[in-house]
Ligand binder design. Structure first.
Ligand code: ATP
Ligand code: MG
Length: 245
C-alpha cells in the first residue's frame, strides 16, 4: 500500500486551476520524482500535503488515513517533513537554533539536552556540524540548503518532501545531494517525494516519476519510460529533458 497518496486532488485559485484531478502514490521506502514545467502545480501539491492549502475536492492519504482534517501544525508529528523551494531560514538565529525549530513539535516532552543532541546529529548527517553556532545569515547558499534539510530531518519523519533541493547548487553539490538522497532512502529507510527541475538528478535517483503539466498528471512511470514519453517531451518542448542525454 502507498504510504502517501493524492486522489483526484483539485484546487483552484480564482480562474487558475493549480491541481486538476491529480492522483499520485508514493510507495514506502522509495524515491518518487515530481516534475513538470514552471507553474505545473508541484509546490501546490506539497502545500496541500502539508495542509497549508485546502483542496476543493479529492483527498490526501498518509499511512492509510485521510489527513484533510489534520491541522498544519500536526503534519510533522504524523511523520511528514519538508523543505522549501526558496530557502526559508530564520536569518538572525544560529544554524542550530534553526534546526531546533524543526524539532519543536515532535519533542515537546523531551529533555532539552536530548533534543539538542538530535539537532547536532542532524547537522552532522548533512555534513555541516562545524557551523552549528554560526548565524544563518551570510552562510553560503549550499550550506543554507543543508540547514533546511537538517531542520526537516530532525523531526525524524517517515516521508520527506524536497522542493527543488538542487536549485542554485553547483555541479559538485548536486552530485553530493544525489548520493545523500539515496542514503536517506537506503540507510534511514525514508520515503521521499522529490520536486526538481534538475532532470539528471531526478532521473538518476527516482524509483518512480510523476509528471504534471498545467495541474494535470500527464505521465507516471519509471524514469526511462517517462523520459521517452511523447507527452512529457512535448510539455518540455525538448528543452530541459535534453540535458539528461
Ligand atoms: N497562493 C496562491 N495564490 C494564487 N495562485 C497560486 C498560489 N499558489 C500557486 N498558485 C498558482 O498555481 C499554479 C501552480 O503553482 P506552483 O507553485 O504549484 O507551481 P510549480 O510547479 O511549483 O512551479 P515552479 O517549478 O515554478 O516552482 C501557478 O499558476 C501559480 O501561479
Ligand atoms: Mg514550485
Amino acid at each position: 500500500m502507498a504510504l502517501l497518496s493524492l486522489t483526484n486532488a483539485t484546487l483552484r485559485f480564482g480562474g487558475i486551476v493549480a491541481l486538476d484531478d491529480v492522483s499520485l502514490e508514493v510507495e514506502p521506502g522509495t524515491i518518487a520524482g515530481l516534475i513538470g514545467p514552471n507553474g505545473a502545480g508541484k509546490t501546490t501539491a506539497f502545500n496541500v500535503i502539508t495542509r497549508l492549502y485546502r483542496l476543493d475536492s479529492g483527498d490526501v492519504v498518509f499511512d492509510g488515513r485521510s489527513i484533510l482534517r489534520t491541522p498544519p501544525s500536526r503534519v510533522v508529528r504524523l511523520g511528514i517533513a519538508r523543505t522549501f523551494q526558496n530557502v526559508e531560514l530564520f536569518q538572525t538565529m544560529t544554524v542550530l537554533e534553526n534546526v531546533l525549530v524543526g524539532a519543536h513539535t515532535t519533542s515537546l516532552f523531551e529533555r532539552a539536552a536530548v533534543v539538542r543532541r538530535r539537532a547536532l546529529d542532524a547537522l552532522e548527517l548533512v555534513g555541516i556540524e562545524q557551523v552549528a553556532r554560526r548565524p544563518a545569515a551570510g552562510l553560503p547558499f549550499g550550506t543554507m540548503k543543508r540547514v533546511e534539510l537538517a531542520r526537516a530531518l530532525v523531526s525524524q519523519p517517515q516521508v520527506l518532501l524536497l522542493d527543488e533541493p538542487a536549485g542554485g547548487l553547483n555541479h559538485e553539490e548536486v552530485e553530493d545531494l544525489a548520493s545523500f538522497i539515496r542514503r536517506l532512502r537506503d540507510e534511514l529507510k525514508l520515503t521521499i517525494l522529490l520536486v526538481e527541475h534538475h532532470m539528471n538528478l531526478v532521473m538518476r535517483v527516482s524509483d518512480h516519476v510523476h509528471v504534471l503539466n498545467f495541474g494535470r498528471t500527464i505521465a507516471s512511470g519509471d524514469p526511462a519510460g517517462v523520459q521517452r514519453d511523447p507527452r512529457v517531451i512535448e510539455a518540455y518542448l525538448g528543452g530541459e529533458l535534453e540535458e539528461t542525454a
